[in-house]
Ligand binder design. Structure first.
Ligand code: GLN
Length: 544
């Protein structure tokens, strides 16, 4: 029997609802249950693929090629379960489906309304998960009280009613702000937020109260009293020093126990959390520290490179190292002021992550050149591979005007727009003028690695599958020119037409990949490329 847990947020956004959901998923999993996590997002975009990372953080890509909310990345990193397209839905997608049905005449003359048509569509999205796991955790994006989330709240109210208390549970995450003048944590915003939820017909049975310090027992009792909730189900959730500590700290305060108790399930057997204890031990007591310079464009919003930051941390965990990230804003080095060397001095490794558009491109090319010349480990991801290729083409292969069609009509297009890809033996065609949303090469594609190459050694085999999100590719016709310049194409699509990986053979560690390895890295299963990159950075650090 599948049980459903609905996670809502109150008071303010950014309370770590996604992380809390992921941690609860991990805890239930550690108790032997099969879990599935999904996210319902109230915004109107059909998917987050067209949103700037400045606005909404990273776009997480699934194996089946969906561009999804970054919380799905947390879910995957905490549970190890690969997320899929149907684990994320937005208002935009719900309305797209409702309107398509209306045009087809599926509603047989009815007046199409938010209730029941939109809410039914949302309920269908949730109901299709029935039977796929022991627990389905559904996180509702946004904050209770927002206009946008009303149809979602109404849909989960109805769904909860239909399922009954044995199969549906509402968990509300709130904030207890500390007011310095009073020297107290305040419960009033939480009370109001629960009242708001109750006004919409939802009675949360568990409250997760985020706070930056110990919550006095008396305050927890007060919340229980005013909010109509069992005392032991008002759970204080303090800030943790590492996100990977959250499953442990939430278990300590009884989150998973109270969830099971609410469903009347056995709580006598403790979960096996040794995996998380090992990770936290390593994070807390690193033997060495390395600094990685990340040369990107969205460097002032931590969430825009979420998976990347985590994958670097995982590479550190595997090497017993603390990884410090130094973000370098590439756009500052586009012009003639080429002092990027100054910014990168002293870093033990340089990483150029995925990116889009002309701004920052020249700065990233300078970073690749600096890494190549100074023999500093270089990891180019997607755009970072393309920029390293342009650097080699310009400075080593004699193609002085090497460029990408993404940002210039002029020059020699060593990187160009691909309008065809093969997937499952079928050609996928894209017109140059097609919509931007959902039209990239997206999701998992296989690649064949060259025997004896550095990447084959790192992966330990020559067949890989990695996730993609890009429109442009290195043109295979420049293979010979690049290889003469020491830049070996050590991985291609199985038909040999699309370059997937390039590596330098005259450098301690210089690898560029067309895909996004960071999306598949997990704390307990770090991606081999990140493990190897951090290892190389440590070796480099010992030299200086
Ligand atoms: N802008 C490049 C492309 O579309 C790279 C994309 C990326 O780095 N994800 O090919």
């Amino acid at each position: 029997m599948t049980r459903f847990i609905f996670i809502t947020g109150g008071v303010v956004s950014s309370l770590g609802k996604g992380l809390g959901s992921a941690a609860l998923g991990a805890l239930l999993q550690a108790r032997g249950y099969k879990v599935r996590l999904c996210k319902l997002d109230p915004y109107l975009n059909v998917d987050p693929g067209t949103m700037s990372p400045f606005q909404h953080g990273e776009v997480f890509v699934t194996d089946d090629g969906a561009e999804t909310d970054l919380d799905l990345g947390h879910y995957e990193r905490f549970t190890g379960n690969p997320a899929c397209k149907n684990d994320n839905v937005t208002t935009g997608r719900i309305y797209t489906e409702v309107l398509a049905k209306e045009r087809r005449g599926d509603y047989l003359g009815a007046t199409v309304q938010v209730i029941p048509h939109v809410t039914d569509e949302i309920k269908d999205f949730i109901r299709e998960k029935d039977g796929t796991a022991d627990f389905v955790l559904c996180e509702i994006g946004g904050t209770v009280g927002d206009i946008e989330s009303l149809p979602f709240i109404e849909a989960i109210r109805q769904f909860g009613n239909e399922m009954g208390r044995d199969r549906a549970l509402f968990l509300h995450v709130t904030l207890l702000p500390y007011i310095p003048a009073a020297g107290e944590l305040k419960t009033k915003p939480t009370q109001h937020s629960v009242k708001e939820l109750m006004g919409m017909g939802i009675r949360p049975r568990i409250l997760l109260c985020r706070a930056d310090r110990e919550v006095p027992e008396a305050e927890l009792r007060k919340i229980a009293l005013f909010c109509n909730i069992d005392e032991n189900k008002v759970i204080p959730a303090l800030d943790a020093s590492s996100i990977y500590e959250v499953p442990l700290t939430y278990h300590k305060v009884g989150l998973d126990t109270q969830v099971l108790d609410a469903f009347g399930l056995d709580t006598s057997v403790e979960p096996d959390l040794s995996k998380w204890e090992r990770i936290v031990d390593r994070i807390k007591a690193p033997e060495i520290e390395v600094t990685i310079g990340v040369v990107g464009k969205y460097t002032n919003l931590a969430d825009s490179y979420k998976s990347l930051n985590e994958a670097l941390t995982h590479g550190g965990i595997a090497n017993k190292a603390r990884v410090k990230i130094k973000f370098v804003e590439a756009t500052l080095f586009d012009g003639s002021a080429d002092d990027i060397a100054h910014e990168l001095q002293g870093v033990n490794g340089i990483l150029v992550p995925g990116g889009f558009g002309e701004r920052g491109a020249e700065g990233k090319i300078k970073a690749a050149q600096y890494a190549r010349e100074k023999k500093i480990p270089y990891f180019g991801i997607c755009f970072g591979l393309q920029m390293a290729v342009l650097e080699a083409a310009r400075h080593l292969a004699g193609i002085k005007d090497a460029s990408s069609t993404e940002f210039s009509k002029k020059g020699t297009h060593v990187v160009g727009l691909m309008t065809e890809w093969t997937k499952d033996n079928k050609k996928e065609k894209r017109g140059k003028d097609a919509d931007l949303g959902g039209t990239m090469r997206l999701g998992a594609y296989p690649a064949a690695l060259k025997e004896g190459s550095k990447v084959a050694e790192i992966y330990g085999h020559t067949d890989i599958s990695e996730r993609h999100r890009h429109r442009y590719e290195v043109n295979i016709n420049y293979k010979d020119a690049l290889e003469k310049a020491g830049f070996i194409m050590s991985g291609t699509s199985p038909d040999g037409l699309l370059p997937e990986i390039c590596e330098r053979n005259d450098h301690p560690w210089f690898i560029g990949v067309q895909y996004h390895p960071e999306l598949k890295s997990k704390p307990f299963d770090p991606h081999p490329l990140f493990v190897s990159f951090i290892e190389a950075a440590i070796a480099q650090g010992r030299l200086v």
